[in-house]
Write a protein that binds this ligand. Structure first.
Ligand SMILES: NC(=O)c1ccc[n+]([C@@H]2O[C@H](COP(=O)([O-])OP(=O)(O)OC[C@H]3O[C@@H](n4cnc5c(N)ncnc54)[C@H](OP(=O)(O)O)[C@@H]3O)[C@@H](O)[C@H]2O)c1
Length: 279
């Protein structure tokens, strides 16, 4: 297998750490980035194939510096994994404008910052692969408490789909990954920020939602180490898929979304088709 160079965001813990470990175990090279590089360095140990770099994805300068460090050390970047994200959970009306901005800054604009820094390198190489970790909630989000997170992930997907058209002529591939529930640190207090209760109308449902989300921590069915190995498999496919649905629960969500869209088309097909100018 070719020794690709992978740049991974949020590689200090959670899924990002599993991806970094799997790529190293597969004999490929890793630029492991994170807000706390010591954490990644400690978790991954020392290797000729590993470079650990500080990167808060909300900082464009830091993204440029991380890519420069990657190229200085390994000469190229073959695969970028936009993995880092956070979760601002709560009813839209109870989330503050600052929380919404923070959600979008980390999980939507963050991947854009890092991709903007990587693209000149990939264009020069005339090759590369950008993998962005979305969510089931980036495909279908018809349930409470995830409006901010879903907005960031739907945004990520729209941006990635159009980016594909823009950069594929340069030999650059893109993949959106839709994981279902995976047992990482996403639902811990370190990663999930809950909206402060402020509207009585939501009291009852909020109590149920909080109990649900907190009870899921540590019980998610997906194994992030298996997902990490699956990403190496799809990165080796020629061409890599533009979308990868990760987990049986995510397949159920995706199929329900297809059925819902089809039903929405069918229910108003005649009206929808009657909107052209007469001549
Ligand atoms: N786990 C799931 O069930 C699930 C489901 C669907 C999608 N996903 C997606 O999978 C990806 C990985 O999440 P996870 O489950 O591994 O969550 P996690 O365990 O909470 O890890 C999140 C990672 O993102 C990093 N991060 C947060 N803000 C950052 C910033 N501003 N700059 C750089 N890094 C930052 C964290 O680093 P720090 O240590 O610095 O905070 C951490 O390494 C995310 O995109 C998430 O939305 C997860």
């Amino acid at each position: 297998m070719t020794q690709n160079v992978w740049l991974i965001t949020g590689a200090g813990r959670g899924m990002g750490l599993d991806i970094a470990k799997a790529v190293l175990a597969a004999g490929q090279k890793v630029v492991a980035t994170g807000r706390n590089p010591e954490q990644a360095a400690k978790a991954l140990g020392k290797s000729e194939d590993l470079l650990v770099v500080a990167l808060d994805v909300t900082k464009p300068d830091a993204a440029r510096a991380a890519v420069t460090a990657a190229v200085d050390r390994f000469g190229r970047v073959d695969v970028l994994v936009n993995n880092a994200a956070s979760f601002y959970a709560g009813y839209f009306e109870e989330l503050t404008p600052e929380q919404i901005e923070r959600q979008l800054a980390v999980s939507l604009v963050g991947p854009m910052n890092v991709t903007r820094a990587v693209l000149p390198v990939m264009r020069k190489q005339r090759s590369g692969h950008i993998i962005s970790i979305s969510s089931s909630a980036g495909l279908a989000a018809g349930f409470d408490f995830v409006s901010a997170y879903a907005a960031s992930k739907f945004g990520l997907e729209g941006w990635m789909e159009s980016l594909h058209a823009e950069v594929s002529p340069f030999g650059i591939h893109t993949t959106v990954v839709n994981p279902g529930f995976f047992r990482t640190e996403l639902l811990t207090e370190q990663s999930t920020n809950y909206a402060a209760p402020s509207i009585k109308d939501y009291d009852e449902r909020r109590t149920q939602q909080l109990a649900f989300w907190k009870s899921q921590n540590g019980k998610q069915t997906g194994d992030p180490a298996k997902l990490a190995r699956a990403l190496i498999t799809i990165a080796g496919q020629v061409p890599p898929p533009r979308r990868f649905i990760a987990g049986s629960d995510a397949i159920v969500t995706a199929e329900a979304k297809i059925a819902e869209l089809q039903q929405q088309i069918n229910s108003n097909r005649e009206l929808s088709s009657s909107l052209a100018h007469e001549k």
